[in-house]
Write a new protein. Sequence first.
Length: 580
Amino acid sequence: MSSGSEVVLSPIEKLAPQVLSTIGLYAGINCALGPPTDLVALLSSSQALYCVLSYRANQHLWAAVFSVKFDTSAVERRLGERWTTSGCIAAEGRKRFSALQRIRRGIVAHSAGGHLADLWVAYLMMLESDGWNESQLIEWANLPAYLYQVVAYRAATPHGSSVLWFSDTEGTALALWLLWMTSSEESIRDEHPQLRAEMRALLHTFLVAGYRYPSTHTPDAHFNLPLCPSQETIAAHCSGPPPKTRRMLHWNHTIKIAAPTLTSAAFLSTSVRIEALQDTVPPQSTGLPADRASADALGLSGKTQKDVDDFQYRVRTRFWERCPKSTQNSDLHVISSRRHDEEWHRLVSCYDPWDPQSTVRGAVYQRGVLAGTWDGRIMLPHSNHFWPMLLDPSTPTSSVGISQDRISLEIQEHHCLSPDEPLSAGTDATGFGDDILNAYLPRGTAIRHVQDGIIAINPVTGRQTRYETFVPGTESAPYSAAAMAKLQCKWIGTSGRADDDNDGTRAYEAHSGALPADQVMPIHDDELWEDTVNHLSSGVNDIIITGKVRLIVLSLATGSCGDRCRPARSKAMRGVILQF
């Protein structure tokens, strides 16, 4: 006979912990999207089950559940196995579902930090998405609707002498990039006309006064980076203040990361809304020749009716494509988180122009990404109001109009390959910068096109440097046979130095599953252990971009194009040299 205090266990409670964990796993992943509600219900049914299946008691179980519901390939590839222990995955999963539930409920101002932390969670999830992350955000949490609530809140909430939308560039940049990442042709087309007009009004300031807001990861006046410690000041530049940085917990590790740049997201969001309007407005092409052949026959230059029609209806900004739900897809041609690897490394390693060796630095530019034919639009502020605004910052940006037109470019990338030494940087009038207005090149530099490349001639020393032309569509051998034969690719580590004892054949296999926490070093040992990233250098020491305008001739400055990039540790991409 049992005593009155004896607890009688049900048959399920008598099962071994390993069996209960398996049952808990199937309960946790019963619904692919959203929190593991069935698992929560199971462990809430009795104290005995709670003691075996709770988050504190069984982090390995919760890590397994979160590994199914979220993507982990990106963090394994970018940061290594110490970031994908059971404890790390479980902590990250719990943090994400807390944020996702607030996003789903439309809770914007829930704490002193408001929605900023949730925007960061969503943004980093998108950078690491191989399909499941964005499904959780878009399909379950309804992120797009939440983002419009965030925009409305930031546009109406006072902050100093302005509102959050303009004064807190970190949150605004995150909101704009998330809006862009989750937009589609259908969503923009179906946007209410009043909402579209209000969005364009909010974005207008970032277009006409982009020099006031973060536009590049580092000041665009400098080509040679990192800067010398003795150089205490940064040369005058027009790229706005640097993006804000912050320390945060990511995969249960503390990281320092910069916010994404703001103005490029504003430009993209504005462009697609203008294009949506163009679809409903007939083009103005009266009096123009029908096509290029007709114009040539008449001895006319400039636009034709076909050019106008193409721009009105066919030249369109490409939206982001959704990823297929596959966390272990290694096919480089399938859309996956790999497309964001360079952006991730820019955010975690390019925020300090004096930093000689970020421990998680990796490739920050995908070679060849600019090579090819580009059709798009160019937006220019009206000079009669823009110049007065430069002289008087109190001038309202709404008074500055914007002109736009089609621009079509053919661009080539030319790479100085290791072991060759690249052309030196130019020097501007101040003596501090590297002459961005001359594409970072010494004044008087001569560029001569040769077979499979170009020759850059230094006007001071007369030294000639060969740059190999990148051939798009040939990732395994993107240069001529002679160039591929001499190309030297070495492993780059934390120190930024190439590993001369390694011939470049070493490979790292991505860890395919979560390690039990007791099989690795404790995750809270960042003072003793420092995470580092090794990567195989592309062998590119410098990049020169050349090109020509195919359709219209405009007076364009040859400065930096959006984000800076560093193919080598201390080199940036040269600006575009346009041929008219």
